[in-house]
Ligand binder design. Structure first.
Ligand SMILES: O=P(O)(O)OC[C@H]1O[C@@H](O)[C@H](O)[C@@H](O)[C@@H]1O
Length: 302
């Protein structure tokens, strides 16, 4: 059986490999595990709440309709909590849509969102449908989001796949192909161009890389070996985050406390600017995660 559904979760297994599977919590449509040939690729905090009491710390939480806390009073997302409401709403499982490659879908509309939370977004006057498609391959996992404005009012939104990767040791990791990208460093509040040929990690890291050509693949490399390729469709930005020691100490659901050594978030999204979606319009974006392959330095694409 490639697709198993329980009350709270859906498990999708590759038909010809029982050790390649993805587990999705209906709460937040959060992918909480991706095992590739028996090897877990996503980091999930040991203290993550999986009971719907708060967004999941780990896996792939979904960020919509605002990234972070919106500080612009004139923006209808101003009153929403950090990262919006998609990650703390229970999505509807829509079933399997294709067999090869195997794809399943989840849907979210205003009726599934906690009504008090939903009303914080322009008094609940926006109507939308989100369809998340998850495709599992032998060596890849694709998550595609389609946002449709089903109401009569235009709205603007951010989207982000807040992907937590599991890694052996953060100090051995470099990430390539961010060179020359514009970046907003959230820790110092400054915008500059990334000049490092490879990003490496020795302290807290929280940067929004903006407007990067989607032909560029980010590669997470450990001591010369490609652990993960992150490709994007229609998602120009990417946040890179590691809370390091102090920040993770302050996160009650972050365990073990030295877990920052074993995780790195590379988060493809549309967050530097809000995307405007007119009444009746659709927009979609995707991340494609794949394991292995050669190191490819793409400095010639802007
Ligand atoms: O604690 P949260 O709401 O899940 O957010 C985690 C992090 O998410 C990242 O995307 C942000 O860049 C960080 O600033 C933030 O701390």
């Amino acid at each position: 059986m490639p697709v198993e559904e329980t009350e709270t979760e859906v498990i999708l297994t590759l038909p010809n490999d029982p050790n390649t599977k993805v587990t999705i919590l209906k709460y937040g449509a959060t992918i909480i595990s991706w095992e590739n040939k028996g090897d877990e690729k996503l980091w999930l905090s040991k203290a993550a709440k999986l009971d719907g009491s708060k967004p999941v710390r780990g896996g792939v939480p979904l960020v919509f309709p605002c990234f972070g806390k919106c500080n612009d009073e004139s923006n209808p997302a101003y009153k929403l909590p950090q990262h919006g409401f998609a990650r703390n709403s229970t999505w509807e499982f829509l079933g399997q849509t294709t067999e090869s490659p195997v794809t399943i879908q989840f849907g979210l509309g205003p009726e599934q969102v906690d009504q008090d939370l939903y009303k914080l977004w322009n008094d609940g006057l926006y109507d939308f449908t989100l369809i998340l498609s998850i495709t599992l391959g032998e060596d890849h996992l694709k998550t595609n989001i389609e946002v449709e404005n089903t109401g009569d009012k235009d709205f603007k939104f951010n989207w982000l796949f807040h992907t937590y990767f599991k890694i052996p040791d953060i100090t051995d990791i470099i990430v390539n192909n961010f060179t020359d990208a514009k970046c907003y460093d959230q820790l110092i509040g400054e915008t500059y161009e990334e000049k490092a040929p490879m990003i490496s990690f020795t302290e807290e890291f929280d940067r929004i890389y903006k407007g990067i050509d989607t032909q560029k693949t980010f590669q997470m490399i450990e001591l010369g070996k490609v652990l993960m390729n992150v490709q994007r469709e229609n998602l120009p930005d990417s946040v890179v985050w590691n809370p390091w020691i102090k920040k993770s100490e302050g996160l009650a659901d972050f365990e073990p406390k030295d877990g920052y050594m074993n995780m790195l978030c590379i988060e493809p999204g549309h967050v530097a600017e809000f995307k405007n979606l007119k009444s009746g319009e659709k927009w979609s974006g995707a991340q494609i995660l794949s394991t292995g392959g050669e190191i490819k330095v793409q400095t010639n694409i802007y």
